[in-house]
Design a protein around this ligand. Structure first.
Ligand code: SF4
Length: 156
């Protein structure tokens, strides 16, 4: 279930501007969760997938990246897969923010991603100035579903 779409996201992106799709529903229960309103698997007015695709397309002239966040995008696999396939078909860079570890993500998803942030949020390891909230988390650049390099800061 998609909760909302940010059509001008400067924060959750590696380069430039992203169209960001936020999923509703997560089971991780991280202490200090920064998006507690996205934990329940319910919202009043979810965004339908065709609307999400339309937003990705109409903003693609400016936004080179499609970012997927939550909540936990991987618990919405069917919608996520469809949006990743669509994003790649219109030439967007794709990025996923997940609380799961890299080994938990299946290859079909990984092959459609250019970047992935992995790891649960740990409040006692909180950090600022990077793509994630705690120092145990990692951001990787992927090529053909495999890790090419780790991404450390926002100025690469
Ligand atoms: S994975 Fe993200 S949304 Fe889920 S509980 Fe942890 S911080 Fe909150």
């Amino acid at each position: 279930m998609i909760r909302f779409i940010d059509t001008e996201d400067y924060a959750n992106v590696i380069h430039g501007i992203a169209t960001s799709v936020w999923f509703q529903g997560c089971e991780a229960r991280c202490r200090g969760c920064h998006n507690p309103e996205l934990i329940p698997f319910f919202c009043q007015e979810p965004v339908d997938i065709e609307t999400a695709k339309r937003e990705l397309l109409v903003n693609s002239y400016r936004n080179g990246t499609a970012s997927f966040l939550g909540g936990e995008p991987l618990l919405h696999r069917e919608e996520l897969l469809s949006l990743l396939l669509y994003s790649k078909s219109i030439g967007l860079t794709t990025a996923l923010w997940t609380g799961f570890e890299l080994d938990d993500v299946d290859h079909e998803i990984l092959q459609l991603l250019d970047y992935i942030k992995v790891g649960r949020y740990e409040r006692n390891k909180k950090i600022k100035g990077t793509f994630y909230g705690s120092s145990n988390q990692r951001m990787y650049r992927l090529v053909d579903g495999r890790v090419e390099s780790e991404v450390h800061d926002m100025n690469i």
